[in-house]
Design a protein around this ligand. Structure first.
Ligand code: PEP
Ligand code: MG
Length: 550
C-alpha cells in the first residue's frame, strides 16, 4: 500500500510504530420523541444501565488504582445519585424514552453544578461523560472512551475527556493522535507530562481506521500511514539516536558554545518536586500553588501553607525556586476569591487582580512563603500571574518587600505586559513568560476550547514578536527573562526562545532531557540568527518549517 503523510502538531520527540485503534465518536443527542415501550419498560432500561455503568466505573477504577480510581469512583457516584435517578423516573413517567430521560436529567444536574461555581462547576463536564456511558448501554452501542485492549496500540481520537486521560495505560497506548485540540490542550499537556509521543490537531487523521499501521514521529509532527519496511527501519534507528542524545546530555543547560541556559522544572506539589530533582532540574521555574487552595471553601491558614511550601523548598538547597502566588479565575475558579457571575472570566478579575481585591489572602500567602523560605536553604523568588502593567508590578513588589521577600517579579502573560516589559522590569527583579496565556490573549482564542485550537500555537510569529520585546527589555536591564509555559518544553521552540533573549526555561521534568540535548546543538549566534529568520514567517506552520529545514 502507498505511504501517505498526515500532519499535525507534535508533542515530544518520540517515534513509535503501531496499529491504530479509534476511540468511538461521541453519541448523538437522543431524539425528543414519546416512548412507545411504556414507562415500566423504559424505567427498567434506564435503571439497569445506570447500575451497570456505576459498577463498570468502579471495577475499572479498582483495576487502575491511585488517582484514576478516585476519578472513576467519583463518576460512579454520579451514576448512582438518588436525586438523579428519581429525576430520570419522573421524566419517564411523563412519557420520555429512557435515553432522553437520562440525557435531560444529567443536563439539568450539570446546569445546577455550573451555577454553583468553583470546584462544583468543574465537575459538570464529567457528568456529560457519565451520561454518555449510560446512554450507550441503553442503546447497546460501544461505550465512548478509550478502547480496552491487551495489546499495544496507537490511540486516535477527536480529543480526550479528563475521565479518559485518567485511565490511559501507557504500556498499552504507545502514542496519541487527536484530530481536534491544540498544543496547549489538556490532552497535549498530559502527553507531555507523561512523555507520551502525540500528534494533536491532525485534521487529516480522520482517514485512519482500526488496524491501520502507522509510524508516528512526534518531533516532525508527522504520521506516516502504511510506512514501508525501509521507513520503519530508519524511523526506529532515529528513535534510538534521539534517545542516545537525550541520555548523554546531562548537567546544567548550555548551548554548543558554553552559553548557559538555566533548565528548571514546573512543579505543583512536593511529590512533583521529587520528579524534578530526579530529572536534574537546576531548580524550579514555576511552583504552581493552586493545589493547596482548589478543594477548599476558604484559604488555608498561614501555618498550613508554610508547611506545604517548606516541603517543596527543602528539596532544592542552594537552588532557585520561583513561587507563583495563587492564580485563580478563568480555568481555575475559586469560590472564595473569584466572581462566578463574570460573563468572560478569562478577561475578568483573575490572577493578581483577584488577589489585590482580597489583599488579606495575598498577604497571608506571602507571609507563609517567607516563613517557609527562612527555614530552608533554597533561593526563593516570588512572582505574580496576570500582571498587566508597571503599576501592578510596583504594588506587588512593594508588598513582597514589606513581608520579607527580597526577589519578586512578574509573569508576562498579557500582550500589554510584553509590550511594556521595559517598564515592568524597571520595577521587578525578573520576569517569566507564561506562553500558554500569552498565546491565548494574543490570538484571542480560549486555551480550553477545541474549536479554536488551531490558533493556540506559541510558534505564531505574533507571539514570538511579543517575546522578542521582553527579551530585549531583559538584555537592556540585565535582568533574567524566563519562559515557564508549554513552549519551553518544545525543544526546537526552546532554541528560538533563547535566540530571542530568554535566559531560562522551565518545563515539566520529563521534557528536560530533550530540551537539554537540542540546546547543545546550537551556538548563541546560531540561535539568534534562527530566531530572526523565524520572525519573518507568516504563520506558525512556516515558522516551524524554517527551524525544521535549517
Ligand atoms: C502560562 O500561562 O503559560 C502559565 C505558565 O501559567 P498557567 O498555565 O498555569 O496558566
Ligand atoms: Mg497562565
Amino acid at each position: 500500500m502507498q505511504e501517505r503523510v498526515l500532519t499535525g502538531v507534535g508533542v515530544g520527540r518520540g517515534i513509535v510504530v503501531g496499529d491504530v485503534r479509534r476511540m468511538p465518536d461521541p453519541l448523538p443527542e437522543p431524539a425528543q420523541v414519546n416512548s412507545t415501550l411504556g414507562p415500566d419498560a423504559e424505567l427498567a432500561r434506564a435503571t439497569s444501565a445506570l447500575g451497570e455503568t456505576a459498577q463498570d466505573l468502579r471495577e475499572r477504577g479498582a483495576i487502575a488504582g491511585g488517582l484514576a480510581q478516585e476519578v472513576l469512583d467519583a463518576l460512579a457516584m454520579m451514576a448512582d445519585d438518588q436525586m438523579l435517578v428519581s429525576d430520570v423516573k419522573n421524566r419517564i413517567d411523563r412519557g420520555a424514552t429512557a435515553e432522553r430521560a437520562v440525557f435531560d436529567a444529567f443536563a439539568g444536574f450539570a446546569a445546577i453544578l455550573t451555577m454553583a461555581g468553583g470546584y462544583m462547576a468543574e465537575r459538570a463536564g464529567d457528568l456529560g461523560d457519565v451520561a454518555n456511558r449510560v446512554i450507550a448501554k441503553i442503546m447497546g452501542v460501544p461505550a465512548p472512551g478509550v478502547p480496552q485492549s491487551d495489546v499495544p496500540f496507537i490511540l486516535v481520537a477527536r480529543d480526550l475527556a479528563p475521565a479518559d486521560t485518567a485511565l490511559l495505560n501507557f504500556d498499552i497506548v504507545r502514542a496519541l493522535i487527536t484530530t481536534d485540540g491544540g498544543p496547549t490542550s489538556h490532552t497535549a499537556i498530559l502527553a507531555r507530562e507523561k512523555g507520551l509521543p502525540a500528534i494533536v490537531g491532525a485534521k487529516s487523521a480522520e482517514v485512519l481506521v482500526d488496524g491501520d499501521l502507522v509510524l508516528v514521529d512526534a518531533a516532525a509532527g508527522e504520521i506516516i500511514l502504511h510506512p514501508s519496511a525501509v521507513r520503519i527501519e530508519a524511523g526506529l534507528a532515529e528513535a534510538e539516536a534521539r534517545k542516545a542524545a537525550r541520555d548523554s546530555a546531562t548537567g546544567p543547560g548550555r548551548l554548543a558554545d558554553g552559553h548557559e541556559v538555566q533548565l528548571l522544572a514546573n512543579v505543583g506539589s512536593a511529590k512533583s518536586a521529587a520528579a524534578a530533582v530526579e530529572a536534574q532540574a537546576e531548580g524550579v521555574g514555576l511552583f504552581r500553588t493552586e493545589f493547596l487552595f482548589l478543594d477548599s471553601d476558604t484559604a488555608p491558614s498561614i501555618a498550613e501553607q508554610a508547611e506545604q511550601y517548606e516541603a517543596v523548598f527543602a528539596q532544592f538547597p542552594g537552588k532557585k525556586v520561583v513561587v507563583r502566588v495563587l492564580d485563580a479565575g478563568a480555568d481555575k475558579p475559586l469560590s472564595f476569591l473569584t466572581d462566578a457571575g463574570e460573563e468572560n472570566p478569562a478577561l475578568g478579575r483573575r490572577g493578581i487582580r483577584a488577589l489585590f481585591a482580597h489583599e488579606e489572602i495575598l498577604r497571608d500567602q506571602l507571609t507563609a512563603i517567607a516563613q517557609a523560605a527562612s527555614k530552608t536553604q533554597a533561593h526563593v523568588w516570588v512572582m505574580a500571574p496576570m500582571i498587566a502593567n508597571a503599576e501592578e508590578t510596583k504594588k506587588f513588589v512593594a508588598l513582597c518587600t514589606e513581608l520579607g521577600i527580597s526577589v519578586s517579579g512578574a509573569m508576562i502573560e498579557i500582550p500589554s505586559a510584553a509590550l511594556l516589559a521595559d517598564h515592568i522590569l524597571a520595577e521587578a527583579a525578573f520576569v517569566s513568560i507564561g506562553t500558554n496565556d500569552l498565546t491565548q490573549y494574543t490570538v484571542a482564542a480560549d486555551r480550553l476550547l477545541g474549536t479554536v485550537a488551531d490558533l493556540q500555537d506559541a510558534w505564531n510569529p505574533a507571539v514570538l514578536k511579543l517575546i522578542r520585546e521582553v527579551g530585549r527589555a531583559g538584555v537592556a536591564t540585565s535582568k533574567p527573562v524566563g519562559v515557564c509555559g508549554e513552549a519551553a518544553a518544545d525543544p526546537q521552540l526552546a532554541v528560538v526562545l533563547i535566540g530571542l533573549g530568554v535566559t531560562s526555561l522551565s518545563m515539566s521534568p520529563v521534557a528536560l532531557g530533550d530540551v537539554r540535548a537540542e540546546l547543545g546543538r546550537y551556538t548563541l549566534a546560531e540561535a539568534q540568527a534562527l530566531a530572526e529568520k523565524v520572525l519573518t514567517a507568516r504563520n506558525a506552520v512556516e515558522a516551524r518549517a524554517i527551524v525544521a529545514g535549517r
